[in-house]
Write a protein that binds this ligand. Structure first.
Ligand code: MN
Length: 320
């Protein structure tokens, strides 16, 4: 799992372990992500399936993409498709994905890079492996997260941020047991490179086998932990978790997890938006009328145009 790593974790700034007066967040649920297919048929795990949107708020949806080892000719992406009303965050751990959108944003992301796309008022985009990777095949692993926008920002102009692996803030847990990559937002007094409309923290942690880690987590954020690889436990109560499982934490100031085998875990939290959510296919709005408007605007070409025939939005499975 390349992402970004360091030779000596002990030279990194450390996030002190919270003291015993800090309230421990209890684990309220552990769910297993069902497998499915996205876009033109790449394998995903639906990380948030079965969890109430109120517990996820401000997050809407997340797919772990892969991990898959493609043969030559097998790598797949998506067709052109629209979005409105939220932001997508795509993080590539292994492999390469090319992004292009009708607002002029785009780029190639690979091994630890992130792309942050604010769809806002709307655009069309395509996400696909580059031609040379289609030819060669190879490892593909990453995730795409959807971060909601509040009503006042649903129609904000689109924005694209290309975040290179080297820009990610690298930290160590207090005893050096975990490498912490701050991809976006603030964590432990350190800011990641991603600029977000909705305040969030997004951290990719790699915990050494046998290590236990207790970290501060802002009390005004929710707290989710998704296991990208490996196995271990979450919470002081030591609930077992393994690859493809999501833990939702309750209220408090600190979270605890431990690695049995080396554990790659994605820590997510944000300030809940607490507004009605009307989501269908590629659009995330506040009301049904706004969803209807989004479809009409898409059909009328008002979400942008591309030098290709855009795919029709389809509900459910075709949402990335
Ligand atoms: Mn998309």
């Amino acid at each position: 799992m390349p992402a970004i790593t360091v030779d000596d974790i002990l030279v990194l700034p450390r996030v002190p372990e919270p003291d015993v007066t800090q309230a421990e967040r209890k684990v309220t649920s552990v769910t297993t992500a069902p497998s499915g297919y996205e876009g033109e048929g790449f394998p995903v795990r639906r990380a948030f399936a079965g969890v109430d949107l109120k517990r996820l708020d401000p997050f809407i949806h997340m797919d772990q993409m892969g991990e898959v080892d493609y043969g030559p000719g097998e790598p797949k992406g998506t067709a052109w498709h629209p979005h409105r009303g939220f932001e997508t965050v795509t993080y590539i751990i292994d492999g390469t994905f090319r992004h292009q959108d009708s607002n002029g944003g785009g780029g190639l992301i690979t091994n630890g890079d992130t792309q942050w796309m604010t769809a806002g008022g709307g655009l069309l985009h395509i996400e696909a492996p580059p031609e040379e990777l289609v030819m060669s095949g190879g490892l593909f692993h990453g995730f795409q997260l959807w971060v909601n926008l509040p009503a006042r920002l649903k129609m904000t102009p689109p924005r694209y941020q290309d975040i290179r692996a080297g820009q990610v803030a690298l930290l160590s847990s207090g005893d050096g047991g975990a490498l912490l990559r701050v991809i976006a937002g603030e964590f432990g007094g350190h800011a990641g490179p991603g600029i977000t409309h909705t305040p969030i923290s997004l951290v990719h942690a790699t915990v050494s086998a046998g290590a236990q880690v207790r970290l501060p987590w802002r009390a005004d954020f929710n707290s989710l932990a998704y296991v990208l690889a490996g196995s271990g436990t979450v919470g002081a109560e030591k609930r077992p978790v393994k690859m493809g499982q999501l833990a939702v934490f309750g209220a408090g100031d600190a979270i605890t997890f431990a690695a049995q085998t080396e554990l790659d875990i994605l820590l997510l939290g944000g300030a809940p938006i607490r507004e009605p959510v009307a989501a269908y296919g590629p659009f995330v709005m506040n009301t049904r009328a706004e969803l209807q408007q989004a479809f009409e605007d898409f059909q009328a070409g008002r979400l942008g145009s591309v030098p290709a025939v855009p795919a029709e939005p389809r509900p459910g499975h075709d949402v990335i």
